[in-house]
Design a protein around this ligand. Structure first.
Ligand code: SAH
Length: 240
């Protein structure tokens, strides 16, 4: 079992003796890039069944087949946390999605705000980043990455029972903390490089679910703020 280092996310059900066919990309990765052959072991996750050890039984150039052996980890769901952020430049957006997946967000939602500089995001690429992050960090759940939506639309449909940690650069330096008693569904909101407009700020602060939060005495870049906010939330209310 010690040889099974590669973790792969698949769509198939995972249970002992199930067969898992590989797609072209997965076969290429395992057999051409990683040079695995028949008999090699890999670990599989699918966001539903936990982590399973599997063995390669067919290794082609463009296809392959695995047989599932036994469970190595039970499913561990992340906390019920949505992570909302305004997309920035591509490399930094990729970083934000990767970090949100590693840090235990359950759902990642790009939102377009008044000062969002980039409204075009490739949801499929971001979902692939989240999957890779889950594969490498030992998670058994891959967070869902949504298509981009307007922040106003998201707020119109905001669930009554979901708290919102609003990371507001206008409160830089304020001494505020999350109340450790407010367990349950939460979301974190991070703005773009340009910050939030006053209209957005008023709208957010008028919602009873909103807790405005300062992330310290310095203005952070959005990607830094993302990691800082997830740390603060996880420490107070999450599964750390
Ligand atoms: N251009 C803005 C800063 C935007 S920083 C200005 O100069 O005021 C990008 C985002 O990171 C912000 O919208 C906010 O969500 C978050 N952020 C950065 N630093 C923060 C801080 N000290 N407190 C709370 N949120 C912060």
């Amino acid at each position: 079992m010690a040889d099974a280092k590669i973790r792969l996310c698949v769509e198939h059900d995972l249970a002992a003796s199930n067969s898992v066919p590989l797609n072209r990309e997965q076969a290429n990765y395992l057999f051409n890039v990683m040079r695995l052959g028949v008999g090699a072991h890999v670990l599989l996750i699918n966001s539903r069944d936990g982590e399973y050890l599997a063995e390669v039984v067919d290794a082609g150039k463009r296809r392959g087949l695995l047989t599932v052996l036994s469970q190595t980890k039970p499913l561990q769901m992340p906390p019920d946390l949505w992570f909302l952020f305004a997309p920035i430049k591509k490399a930094r957006t990729d970083f934000i999605v990767e970090k949100a997946a590693e840090m235990g967000a359950a759902r990642i939602c790009p939102v377009s705000t008044d000062y969002t500089s980039s409204d075009r995001v490739r949801q499929d690429k971001l979902q692939a980043h989240a999957m890779e992050a889950a594969e490498q960090c030992g998670g058994t759940y891959v967070p869902i990455v949504e298509e981009i939506s307007k922040l106003t639309t998201v707020l119109e449909k905001w669930p009554e029972d979901r708290q919102l940690m609003f990371c507001d650069e206008a409160r830089v330096g304020a001494a505020e903390a999350l109340s450790k008693t407010a367990k349950g569904p939460w979301a974190i909101l991070i703005g773009p490089e340009g910050g939030f407009s006053s209209g957005e700020r008023d709208r957010l602060l008028a919602m009873p679910q909103t807790t405005p939060i300062s992330l310290g005495p310095r203005i952070l870049r959005a990607d830094t703020a993302a990691v800082a906010a997830l740390t603060v939330w996880q420490q107070a209310l999450g599964d750390w």
